[in-house]
Ligand binder design. Sequence first.
Ligand SMILES: [Zn+2]
Length: 317
Amino acid sequence: MSDKWEHLRQLAPLDVLSSLGVDVSTFKKRSGKLEWYGKCPFPGHNPKHNTTSFSVNADGRYQCFGCSEKGRGSIDLTRAIRKVGFQEAVSFLERLTIQPQPQKPAIGDSGTPREALEGQLKPLKASYHKFAVPCEWLETRVPDQTIRQRFGVFCYNNPARKSVYSGKVMIPILGFDDGELYGYLARNPAPKDGEPKYIFPKGLPKHLFVFGACQIKQMCEVPIKKLYLVESPFSVMKFVSLGLPAVSPFGWSVSDEQLAILQSLAKGIIYLPDRNKYEDGKAVAAALAGKLWVKYPPLPEGIDDPEKLSLEQVQAL
Ligand SMILES: [Zn+2]
């Protein structure tokens, strides 16, 4: 079954469980399988003694032999745990694909789910870039061609192949240590009703990547004095086009792993989430301040997104 919600159904089940508040660090991996088991997360079934009745497979299938709840895919899983309807589950998952929940640090011995997933991280071998097509939306949003090239962004369209990425603007996600391509954040230039603006690659742990970090390493002698931390890759490209070093953690929250990358890039951070995240961002600013010099200025009146700031406005912050 494939429909316009398929990308949500296929979200990594452990990430979804974690975002739903389930403590997956206690889950164990079944040896030889991409399957994990642990305490049943469904409301109404709160097993005191049996903490292994629930299992979930990387392909999305899940079941509990204690309460017989079972299904497949992240939408069903969300509905069952939250006791919500289809639309509410879809909205929840869409927010996840754009805005990561603050990530818990990886804990536990080898074989715990998160580490098991990270062990499989491999650079992506893909030829999407061979099917780059001109795109007015991208050229308007990122007018400077050298910036588009530096970050490797392009619009993909291969008429011979039906792909979820057709017509999308492809934003490369590079590993910080090796500079290799691990996937693409896809931006839908014209999302129809209900379609997400952004698609993050399923199974790729967002909390390990910082957009723009490799480019800072290439352009500057690190650690630099101050680095702008913004929410979206487009803000990063705008800032760099103004001559201001910037990176994005693919959202407003910052994981421990991302913080370590920031520390190797800069001594100081100017943290600029979108206006609607200013309150939530206070906790992030405090966490950053534990490791780095941090400035957390409010955006000027009338500006909701730092991408819209002029050079003069940024310098006045
Ligand atoms: Zn159960």
